[in-house]
Design a protein. Sequence first.
Length: 412
Amino acid sequence: MTIKNITVPDIGGATDVVVIEVLVKVGDTVKVDTSLLTLESDKATMEVPSSDEGLVKEVKVKVGDKVSQGSIILVLECTSVEAAKTAVIEKPVNNAVTAPVPSPALASTPVEVVPVTNASVHAGPVVRKIAHELDIDLKKVAPTGPKQRILKEDILNYVKARLAQAASSGTGLPVAPTVDFAKFGSVEVQALSRIKKLSGKNLHRNWLLIPHITQFGEADITELEAFRLEQKEKHGIKLTPLVFIMKVVASALEAFPQFNASLDASGDNLILKKYFHIGVAVDTPEGLVVPVIRDVDKKGLIELAKELSIVSEKARNKQLTANDMQGGCFSISSLGGIGGTAFTPIVNMPEVAILGVSKSSIKPIYQEGQFVPRLMLPLSLSYDHRVIDGADGARFITYLSTRLSETWNLLL
Ligand code: CAO
C-alpha cells in the first residue's frame, strides 16, 4: 500500500480556477479516470480525472476553492503497482522509507477541457460530459434541480424528447420546440401516470393513423328522459341516459355492419363482427380507461345499468383486468354528466368509430308551426374515413337520433 497525493494536472495554463464540484469523498474507491473534481473558469469546464486507483483517505479541496496545476486534490491509498512505483510518498507505510518521486502520470496527462457554452448553466460533470459527447447545447435543456441545476434526468429527458421528435419528423411532422418554462415563473414538474402514458401513446397513434371525420347530431330525448326518471325511481338504481344510448348503438351497429368492423393488417379487408361489445370511456383520477361491456344487444336496460355501475367502480378502484378492456367493437365517450356542447372523440383503434355524448339541454324546437321546449342530446360521431363514407356517417347518426327519440316504454 502506498499513500499518494493526487494533484491538479496541466489545466491548459489556467490558474486560480474555481472548484464547482467535488465528486469523491473519504472512503470512496476510485479508478484511473474516475472524475474527482469539476473546475470552471470563465472559458471552460474541466473534469479532473484520477491518475491512479485506490481508496480516498483525505479530500483536500472543497467547492469554491481556487486551484492551479499542482494543487493537492486528495490523498489516495494506491492499489496499483505502477502508482506505488511513481508515487509522491506522503508518509511511510509499514515503516518502508521511499524517496519522493514526482508522478509522471499527473505531469504528462492534461485534463479534458470542455468549453463552457454558457457559463451561467449549472450542471455537474456527468451532465456536461453527456452534453459534450452528444453535442447538446445545455442552454436548451430545462433544469429541474435546485438553483436551476440541470440534472442527469433533465438531459436524458431532453435526449428522449429529441429522439421522439426525430421519429415524428420522419413522418413529415414539424418538430416542437423545447421550452424552459421556469424562465417565465415558478413551475412544478409532475410525472404522467402510467395509464396516461399508455393511453397517450395509443391516442397519438390513432390520431396520426386514422383519417378522422366527426359528424355532429342531436337527439330529442324528451320522452326518453321521462321514461328514464320513472324507471330510475321504480328500480331504485342509477339509470343514466348512457345505458339507453348503449342499447341504441348496439342496434345501430347491427343495422350498419361497417361500423361494427375492423380493417385487417393488410388494410385490404374489413373484418365484420357478429357480436356487439361496447367500450365505455371511464374517467379515473389516474386517467382514461375503456372497459368493455359484452353482448349489449342481448342485455336489458336494468342489467346494463347495473353492469355499468360495477365496471366504472372497478375502473376507479384500479381493479380492471386486461380482459375487461379487450374485444370492444365500438366505443362511447360520455361527457354528458359533466357538460359541454360537442367534442371530437378519437377513434379507438382497431375500432372504426366512436360516439361522443355531451350534456342534454332544453331547446326551442320548431314543430308543427310553433316552437316547443324539447330536451336535446348532442352527439358527436367520429369515424375512420377509410372504412366509412360521409353519407354512412350521417345515416348512422340519424339512426341514433331517431331511435333515441322514440317512445321508450314501448320497447320494454
Ligand atoms: N346529459 C345530461 N345529463 C347527463 C348526461 C347527458 N348526456 N349523461 C349523464 N347525465 C347525468 C346522469 O343522469 C347523472 O345524473 P342523475 O344521477 O341525476 O341521473 C349525472 O349526469 C352523472 O352521470 P355519470 O357521469 O355519473 O354517469 P353516466 O352513466 O352518464 O357515465 C361514466 C358513466 C363512467 C361513463 C362517466 O362517469 C364517465 O367517467 N364519463 C367520462 C368519460 C370520459 O372521460 N370521456 C372522455 C374521453 S376522451 O378524453
